[in-house]
Structures are given as C-alpha cells and as structure tokens.
Design a protein around this ligand. Structure first.
Ligand code: GLV
Ligand code: GLV
Length: 338
C-alpha cells in the first residue's frame, strides 16, 4: 500500500513538467506555461544570479526546461551541472552569445532565442539614439536640469542634420535592415553596408550599396550603426584602427553587444575628437560603464533598453513559452538556434 502510494506520488510529481526561470519576465510566459499544466519556479533572487547561484539553482530539481536571460552565462561548466531532464534552454533575447550552444546540443538540449518580434522595437530605439545624439537632446536636457538655461542663444548646442547623409551598417540582418528602412524612407539617408551576406532585399528597398569590407563603410558613413551578433569574429570588430577610419564628423551607435566595440579605444577616439559622438545601449563590461565615457558630453548612454517596450517584451515572453511548450510536447521548437 505504502509503496504503491509512494510510487504514485513519484510518478505524479514527475508527470508535472518543471520549468525554471532565472528571473521574472513579463507575466505572459508564466501564464502560458501554467496553462499548459507546467509548474514554474522563478528564482527568488530578483537579480542577476552569480555562476554559483545559477549552478545551485539549476541542480535543485529535475527541471524540464530553463528560461535564461542574456545576463546568465550558460557556458559548458553551467550546462554540465544541469539535470539530464532539461530538454530546452529558452533564452529571453535574440542574442544568444551567453549560451554555449554546442555544449547544450552535446547534452541533447535545444536552445531557442526570440528573433523577429523585437526587430522593429530595437530599430526604433536605434533611430531614437541617433536622433538624440545628432540633435544633442540629452545634452540639452542636462543643461536645463543643471539650471544653465538663461535664454535663447544662437550658438548653443549646435547639432548636425542626418537628412541626406550616409548611414553605414555594420551588419545588415533583420534589425540593421529595419533601421535602414526607417532612415532611408523617413530621412532620405543613403545606405551602405557590410555583412557576411549580401542583402538583396535591402539593396532593392533602400538602394543600399554593399561593400566587401568594413573599412569602406567606416570611411564613408556619417552614422555608423552596429547590428552584428557577438561572435569570436566580431569581438572588438570596431577597434582603434577601424575607429580611426571614421570621419571626424561621424557618429557611432551600438545596440548590439558591447564587446563588438573596443570600449577603451572608443573612449580615446571620443576624447581626441576623431569622431563626433557615440550612442550606446550596450557596454563591453556590462553593467559596468567606463567612467571616462560618462565624462564626455557627446555620448548618450542607455542601460540595455533597446527591446524594452511592453508590447515587445510580452511577445518575447510568448515566444519563450511557445518554444518550451512545443519542445516538451515532442514537437520542434520554432526558434531553435543552430
Ligand atoms: C537583447 O539585447 C537581445 O539580444 O534580445
Ligand atoms: C537580429 O535579429 C538581426 O538579424 O539583426
């Protein structure tokens, strides 16, 4: 009798699929996962888990799925302590450089991301950063808050137009193309780009010109916008040498990953005024922001917010839940990464 009861409990518990979330995200994911009959455990910390905290938390139960954030480093070491029951790591981001995908695949785990749903939001944010920098909006805002505004001044905070100027894309995937579309249609910008793939749709829609090297893009662009994933080949892609190729009047915008830019080299270029300014949503040593950057007035900084709208974060949560449900029900995850 007792044995039978224990067996029923054991199999009963095991039949309920267990999901671990490293941090609370938009409620839609939890709602969908609970509606599918799963049990969802959210880390109680409500902050970024350290490696040790992450390892401890992951080993606590026979989880079937893990929801991770871009701030969780899911490398081979962390993957090695995950229970064998984990079938999917669903990253709440389009970028998945925080996950060692091949180590996950070796353990038979699917890795998914959240592409497409955030493309237009990130593109809007990128354009907002470009306009903020070109029109010196953040500087003007600080100026008033600091009580410096004593009357209209013909020479105060002169910005730069972007209409008719040249946008240089470093990376022309979904997000880069969307940025180009907005700036070409809305601001008449000429578009040039460099990417591992030629983008014929971008060329057709924006009359964009492809260059085989980043150098050509950097030399010609008035606005350089970075839209590559972080890979070994894109780490410090924008280094001192490449920054020195940019026009003195050009601005650099980064909404991709901080380490694509050598931040120390960027500080030098800005301090020596070899470029006009920079707008950054991401940082090399996030959440640490290079102090020297903050001393430079023509720098706009944002705490990694490019996809942060209510609508998009909800769609990303839906995508995470859908990928988990499809995987745990034995179907293919729609957003599995290779
Ligand atoms: C945000 O940076 C993302 O990759 O979704
Ligand atoms: C990311 O989704 C990109 O392709 O830019």
């Amino acid at each position: 009798m007792t044995v039978l009861f224990l067996m029923l409990c054991y199999y009963g518990i095991n039949m309920t699929k267990q999901i671990f979330m490293t941090r609370r995200i938009t409620s839609r994911a939890e709602e969908m996962l609970r509606a599918a009959g799963y049990e969802v455990t959210v880390s109680k910390k409500n902050g970024v888990l350290t490696r040790d905290e992450l390892k401890t938390a992951l080993a606590e139960q026979s989880y079937d799925a893990v929801v991770s954030l871009l701030t969780d480093t899911i490398d081979a070491d962390v993957i090695s302590v995950m229970p064998g029951s984990v079938k999917i790591i669903a990253n709440y981001a389009v970028g998945f450089n925080n996950i060692d995908v091949s180590a996950a695949h070796t353990r038979g785990m699917v890795v998914t991301n959240t592409p497409e749903v955030l493309t237009s939001t990130v593109a809007e944010h990128t354009v907002a950063l470009i306009l903020t920098l070109a029109s010196r909006i953040a500087e003007g805002d600080r100026y008033i808050r600091e009580g410096k505004f004593v009357g209209w001044d013909p020479l105060l905070l002169l910005g730069t137009d972007i209409k008719g100027k040249t946008l240089g894309l470093v990376g022309a995937g979904r997000i880069g193309s969307e940025v180009a579309g907005i700036l070409h249609r809305g601001f008449g910008m000429n578009v040039i780009y460099c990417d591992v793939n030629k983008n014929e749709a971008l060329e057709a829609v924006c009359d964009a010109k492809y260059y085989a090297t980043h150098e050509q893009v950097l030399r010609e662009a008035d606005v350089v916008s970075i839209h590559v994933p972080l890979l070994p080949t894109t780490h410090h892609l924008i280094n001192a040498g490449r920054l020195s190729m940019m026009k003195k009047s050009a601005i650099l915008v980064n909404t991709s990953r901080g380490s694509v830019v050598d931040e120390a080299a960027l500080v030098n270029a800005l301090a020596e005024k070899t470029i006009r300014g920079a707008a950054l949503d991401v940082f090399e040593f996030e959440p640490k922001v290079n102090e020297a950057l903050l001393e430079i007035p023509n720098v706009v900084v944002n705490p990694h917010l490019a996809s942060a709208t209510e609508e998009t974060r909800t769609k990303m949560a839906e995508m995470v839940a859908t990928n988990i449900i499809e995987t745990l029900e034995g179907r293919n995850a729609p957003n599995a990464v290779a």
